[in-house]
Design a protein around this ligand. Structure first.
Ligand code: SAM
Length: 351
């Protein structure tokens, strides 16, 4: 017989959730003030007083930060009462190139997402949305830091496996919801014969992308337009269209027109490649760790107007737009990839 859950059990369950929240705060502060970076640099560890002296911080506060971080398993203590970062956490918290980097996420949770959360009570009452592009340029930069390691994986492995020769020969690529353009820059660096167009509804992202494109000397083959996905008017110009962490951001009523625009923009035989989260078909699967990222993204981006689609919703939208040969994959069991093809023989009246 299953053991009855006590009030004490539930108290501990909620209390542990508070510890989780405070762990994120401790991590965020440690990153912001450079405390993890200083501990990482001093290989044998630092006492709280040494850490405070190194960073010109107030010793008693730093001591409590060290002790709290130790209590939360973020720091370890050496035999001489010095602190060092817990094993492998330097990678997860400091290595911005690593696919398992979460430092940026922790900082955003304590800042942008905490600010967004203040808006939730009103939003729940009246359904208001605070869209991505109203958050400001630092937010756009922050998001592009979050997607950067995943983009590296896709550009380094997944796209070359799928399109190796074509990318080398040179193709025309459209990035819908390109943000600050970093996916295009990574591809442009690896594939000098390709040309790129990035579009986004966020003027801040596009401004950053244009400046970076010119700084990198890529303006002749990487251009950026401030236009919404549902307004794209390209006709059979592209071999590949990308949507990287964008599908769940498109307003539900606009999804068919964005996909129709991608379809029109592609040449016959061209392909659309999507990276996104997927919502489970059955709500009981919401506790499955495979959907952990989807739940996290959905709840924290609710107020941006975002809705993570189920597999059947994604497939129906793509098929209704005319795409065929839908091939699904995943990255790390967390992110969904979908490759969809525009048929070579386009049915009459659909192009
Ligand atoms: C999570 S960000 C991803 C940006 C970029 N693809 C990356 O990997 O960093 C989602 C992007 O989708 C853009 N977006 C959302 N709705 C859009 C729409 N209707 N048309 C074009 N872009 C849109 C946002 O402005 C934002 O830049």
């Amino acid at each position: 017989m299953a053991q009855e859950i006590s009030t004490k059990d539930q108290f501990e369950f909620v209390f542990n959730a508070f510890r989780g929240l405070q762990t994120v705060q401790v991590i965020s502060l440690g990153l912001q003030l450079g405390m993890f970076a200083a501990l990482e640099k001093a290989k044998g560890g630092l006492s709280a007083a040494e850490l405070a002296a190194e960073l010109k911080l107030h010793v008693p506060y730093v001591r409590i930060w060290c002790q709290a971080a130790y209590a939360f398993n973020v720091l370890e203590m050496t035999s001489e009462d010095k602190y060092q970062i817990a094993p492998k956490l330097n990678t997860v918290l400091l290595d911005q190139e690593h696919p398992r980097y979460l430092g940026g996420f922790a900082q955003g949770f304590a800042t942008y997402l905490a600010d967004d959360f203040q808006r939730y009570p009103d939003a729940f009452a009246n359904g208001t949305v605070h869209p991505f592009w109203e958050h400001g340029a630092p937010f756009s930069e922050w998001v592009s830091g979050l997607t950067h390691p995943l983009q590296r994986l896709v550009v380094g492995k997944i796209l070359p496996d799928m399109f190796g020769e074509q990318l080398k020969t040179g193709i025309h690529v459209l990035d819908v919801g390109c943000g600050t353009g970093r996916l295009i820059f990574k591809l442009a660096e690896n594939y000098p014969n390709c040309r790129f167009v990035g579009i986004d509804a966020d003027a801040n992202g596009i401004n950053i992308a244009r400046k970076e494109s010119s700084r990198l000397g890529l303006s002749s083959r990487a251009t950026f337009r401030h236009v919404r996905g549902e307004q794209v008017k390209f006709e059979s110009e592209f071999d590949l269209a990308l949507m990287f962490e964008v599908f769940h951001e498109l307003p539900m009523p606009e999804r068919p027109s964005v996909l129709a625009g991608c379809y029109r923009a592609l040449r016959p035989g061209g392909r659309l490649f999507i990276v996104d989260e997927t919502w489970p078909e059955d709500a009981q699967q919401l506790r499955d760790p495979a959907f952990g990222m989807s739940v996290l993204v959905q709840f924290s981006e609710l107020i941006w107007g975002n809705i993570v689609s189920t597999e059947s919703e994604q497939s129906k939208l793509l098929t209704d737009a005319g795409f065929i040969n839908l091939k699904r994959g995943d990255i790390g069991g967390t992110f969904t990839t979908i490759m969809a093809t525009k048929p070579l023989e386009v049915p009459a009246g659909t192009d």
